[in-house]
Write a protein that binds this ligand. Structure first.
Ligand code: CAA
Length: 240
């Protein structure tokens, strides 16, 4: 039977491309989303992939939703922690709420999803956890102390959990996307974005599908020896 994969924030942007790529690889795919019902309905109509509404930043809600999804489609073997939000602003202007929302969703969501699924993967001796980090978690970004801290946290979370999962056949990896052509990046003021794109050696924004293919590799059987790693897909914007 096909492994079941869940992609958080899977109804648009990078998440949607990941859903489609994993489906094309033969996984049974479900998406989660938090707010935009209209986009979620369109996504399901167009792809046939079911979308479940819950807040990955809410611990109890995430545990309950994953239990329901497993009952509906089968045990969750692949988790793609993609759900993420921005609340950009310099530290002097940033509220505690803007800090906390981003930490809860972007980093807390990874913990909550792992808590909901890791024990089952351990019992079945197979699992893939793929966390979507960011170039801005690696290099920092003016106006993003919240987002950069959460994404940087994802990279540490990945390396720690990879050590715990290895003996059970569970790989845990991260992808660090650069600036990808999505709604999130479209929200960056045009004059700011122009300056950012000017610093990308490849000379353009990335495509969501270019991140999705990386996820597909990490989710595959052939990805079994890759764990605790970060795959940077950023057009050369940050190399180290
Ligand atoms: N380094 C140093 N100084 C900078 C700077 C930088 N990178 N960017 C701006 N400044 C300076 C400006 O020059 C300006 O100084 P002066 O007034 O002396 O000219 C000052 O900071 C204020 O700049 P803004 O007018 O931009 O300030 P603002 O308060 O209107 O906006 C901001 C601040 C909201 C952070 C805005 O700059 C912004 O949106 N920046 C983009 C942040 C970003 O890249 N977000 C990524 C979102 S996508 C994403 O996160 C996906 C992913 O993983 C890649």
């Amino acid at each position: 039977m096909a492994h079941v994969a869940i992609v958080t924030g899977g109804t648009r942007g990078i998440g949607r491309a990941v859903c489609e790529s994993l489906r094309d690889d033969g996984f049974t795919v479900v998406a989660s989303y938090a707010g935009n019902d209209e986009k979620a309905r369109a996504f399901t109509d167009e792809t046939g992939i079911p979308a479940y509404k819950f807040d990955v930043g809410d611990h109890e809600a995430t545990l309950a939703a994953c239990e329901k999804i497993a009952g509906d489609v089968g045990p969750l073997d692949v988790v793609v922690n993609n759900a993420g939000i921005t609340r950009d602003g310099t530290l002097l202007r940033m509220s505690y709420e803007e800090w906390d929302d981003v930490m809860r969703t972007n980093l807390g969501g990874c913990f909550n999803m792992a808590k909901a699924t890791f024990a089952g993967m351990k019992d079945r001796k197979w699992g893939r956890i793929i966390n979507i980090g960011s170039i801005n978690g690696q290099a920092g970004q003016y106006g993003q102390v919240n987002y950069a801290a959460a994404k940087s946290g994802i990279h540490g979370f990945t390396k720690a959990l990879a050590q715990e999962g290895a003996r059970y056949g569970i790989t845990v990896n991260a992808i660090a996307p650069g600036y990808i052509d999505t709604d999130m990046v479209a929200a960056v003021p045009e004059n700011v974005l122009e300056k950012i794109v000017a610093k990308i050696p490849v000379g353009r924004l990335g495509r969501a599908s270019e991140i999705a293919r990386g996820v597909s590799f990490l989710a595959s059987e052939e990805g079994a020896f890759v764990t605790g790693s970060t795959l940077s897909i950023n057009g050369g914007q940050h190399m180290y």
